[in-house]
Design a protein around this ligand. Structure first.
Ligand SMILES: Cc1cc2nc3c(=O)[nH]c(=O)nc-3n(C[C@H](O)[C@H](O)[C@H](O)COP(=O)(O)O)c2cc1C
Length: 372
């Protein structure tokens, strides 16, 4: 990187970002990444150290791996952390503390997997997969359609988790509304075939998500921001598009913003791809323009291969962030989430902000096997 670019990196990414009572000292966020290093759902000292290492390495905001809300069917592994119960809460308080000591802000990503839950899987083996209509993402019969009581229970579970996050010292929460998990299953026509108030047109399909947002908003103080992660793609359908046009995107975003979303996190695999037609705005750019809310972008920042390739066992070389800088200088979006590059190198943020790109460790798929 030239001196001039190094200076630009520092200037554009080093600006603090604030929303409600949360302040991130710079624009670099750690993307939420499931690591499966929390036996019995309890994040231990190693998990706290792992996040604290990224905060010490310059990350402004940590978004934790997805963590299950308190509902029997919420999860599908007993190595993924839960966000309920004394033991997990003690672990999470330790995580938040460790990150704060290194000057980072931290929010947990609250998650319910819906019908993607594997039958008979832990953490609650006999809990049936549940979703909007008892069909999988591809429309095959799977699990059970949620009753009104199920909906109320899950909405309450998200609200309880948000309140607990504030109590435990976190700086906000992110609701996992992306990638084909429960909240997203309601948004898609193919997996939501309900004929009640939660199904039908796109606005009705947004109702469940909006009710979760509103319940979380009511459960926390004014100082506590709500992030909402959304995506166009879903698991096993990486080229799918939830919204085909900016108008459809607006129909989804408006009820969510009205319900109380403070920041949208627009999940894409490659941040530089234009989302619609003849504008070069990416998804985070469009979401910001349409909703008027700050946004987080993500997808292959600093790497030359997308994250799906990591699951196929592939590494990625380090690339520069010039294009990213141009976009963030234009305020196309407000924060940049970094995934695999931060697994590979806990000091990615500091090295990037200091223009030391050449010192960055490249990502290798074997790095997913250990927690460092
Ligand atoms: C190992 C791994 C686990 C992930 N787990 C989650 C998750 O729990 N929640 C989520 O919203 N996204 C998850 N993602 C997606 C990332 O947050 C991110 O959007 C994706 O990796 C693209 O960013 P990158 O190209 O910088 O890695 C995961 C990605 C990876 C590689």
């Amino acid at each position: 990187m030239t001196d001039e670019n190094a200076h630009r990196a520092t200037a554009a990414l080093s600006r603090p970002f604030s929303v409600r009572g949360l302040t991130s000292r710079n624009r670099v966020a750690m993307a939420p990444m499931t690591r499966q290093f929390s036996p019995n759902g309890v994040p231990g000292r190693d998990v706290a150290d792992y996040y604290a290492r990224r905060a010490a390495g310059g990350v402004g905001l940590i978004i934790t791996e997805g963590t299950y809300v308190d509902h029997a069917s919420a999860g599908t592994s007993d190595r993924i952390p839960v966000f309920h119960g004394e033991d997990a809460f003690a672990g999470w308080a330790g995580v938040a503390d460790a990150v704060h000591r290194e000057g980072g802000a931290i929010i947990p990503q609250l998650w319910h997997v819906g019908v993607t839950r594997a039958e008979g899987a832990p953490p609650v083996a006999d809990a049936e997969p549940v979703g909007p209509s008892g069909v999988s993402l591809s429309g095959e019969p799977k699990g059970r359609a949620m009753t009104q009581k199920d909906l109320d229970d899950v909405i309450g579970a998200f609200a309880d988790a948000a309140a607990a996050a504030e109590r435990l010292g976190f700086d906000g929460v992110e609701l996992h509304g992306a990638h084909g998990y429960l909240i997203d299953q309601f948004l898609w026509e193919g997996s939501n075939r309900r004929t009640d108030a939660y199904g039908g047109g796109i606005v009705a399909r947004t109702r469940f998500a909006a009710e979760i947002v509103a319940a979380c908003r009511a459960a926390v103080s004014d100082a506590f921001p709500l992030f909402f992660r959304m995506s166009q793609w879903k698991m096993d359908a990486y080229e799918a598009k939830l919204a085909q046009t900016p108008e459809e995107l607006e129909a989804i975003l408006t009820p969510l913003a009205d319900a109380g979303v403070d920041v949208f996190h627009a999940s894409t695999r490659r941040y530089w791809l234009p989302e619609f037609g003849d504008s070069d705005l990416n998804l985070a750019g469009w979401v910001k323009k349409i909703s008027g809310r700050p946004t987080v972008t993500v997808g292959s920042v600093g790497l030359d291969g997308d994250f799906f390739s990591a699951f196929q066992g592939n590494g990625s070389s380090v690339t520069g962030v010039d294009q990213l800088l141009e976009r963030i200088e234009r305020d196309e979006f407000d924060m940049v989430a970094v995934g695999r590059a931060l697994i590979a190198d806990p000091e990615w943020a500091a090295k990037t902000l200091q223009g030391r790109t050449g010192d960055i460790t490249p990502f290798g798929a074997e790095m997913l096997k250990t927690l460092y």
